[in-house]
Write a protein that binds this ligand. Structure first.
Ligand code: PGA
Length: 249
């Protein structure tokens, strides 16, 4: 059975003190849920977050990692560094990494392999840009992103993969894919994985939706059969909003 997951991507927001305050508030207000709840603070606040959530069911995950073991990669963070502080899940392929930091499918594929080799669970993000959707190319783009970064993995590796479909036009824009658009794409993703592997892999992988999920639209999006939760940006920075989204699942 695949997991339900709600993850907050805090991006480049919150100082150490603000991170502590938000985590305290989230821990205090966290509803009973069967879903996995995750937060991704910025690197410098990961250690503090792991420590403050020691006895909480909220999991701390990383926003990114590098593919190399170690070495001359100024500004980067390795899998071992994450594991060493108790972080064993990393977001890879977020559209902001692709758009602003030049992360190509080829780089992402290396990151995925490096993470999995170390036992790090990968939350792999992908999704089409506005012009792809307008020109009707969105299914093709999504299929090629999956294929280029993930389809050379062994079937067994997929137990450590979480997918996050995030149409770029819906990220941080206030525009959301309609629940029907999300379901249509998620069903397509599951079918594509089923064809590349088998139905066990496609049925068991969690596929999250991301892109302007808010308390007001979360329930309807999460009610769709192929949507297994959400990757939340802006709304995860406000405890009451994130808690409302967790309740919606
Ligand atoms: P948003 O961001 O919820 O602010 O649109 C989502 C994401 O980037 O993961």
């Amino acid at each position: 059975m695949r997991s339900k997951i709600v993850a907050g991507n805090w991006k480049m927001n919150k100082t150490l003190e603000q991170t502590e305050t938000l985590l305290l508030e989230l821990s205090a207000k966290l509803p009973d849920t069967n879903a996995e709840v995750m937060v991704a603070p910025t690197y410098v606040n990961l250690v503090g977050a792991v420590q403050s959530l020691e006895s909480s069911m909220i999991e701390v995950i990383a926003q990114n990692m590098h593919f190399a073991e170690s070495g001359a990669y100024t500004g980067e963070i390795s899998a071992d560094m994450l594991l060493n502080i108790g972080v064993d899940t990393a977001i890879i392929g977020h559209s902001e990494r692709r758009a602003y930091f030049g992360e190509t499918d080829e780089i992402l594929s290396k990151k995925v392999v490096a993470a999995l080799n170390k036992g790090i669970r990968v939350m792999f993000c992908f999704g089409e840009e506005l012009q792809d959707r307008q020109s009707g190319n969105h299914f093709k783009i999504v299929e090629s992103q999956l294929k280029n970064a993930l389809f050379s993995l062994e079937a067994s590796a997929w137990s450590k993969i979480i997918l996050a479909y995030e149409p770029v036009w819906a990220i941080g824009t206030g525009e959301t894919a309609s629940p029907e658009q999300a379901q249509e794409m998620h069903a397509f993703i599951r079918k594509t994985i089923g064809e590349a592997y088998d139905s066990a892999v496609s049925t068991n992988v969690s596929i999250l939706y991301g892109g302007s999920v808010k308390p007001g639209n979360a329930e309807e999006i999460f009610s769709k059969p192929d949507v297994d939760g959400g990757l939340i940006g802006g709304a995860s920075l406000v405890a009451d909003d994130f808690v409302a989204i967790i309740k919606a699942i």
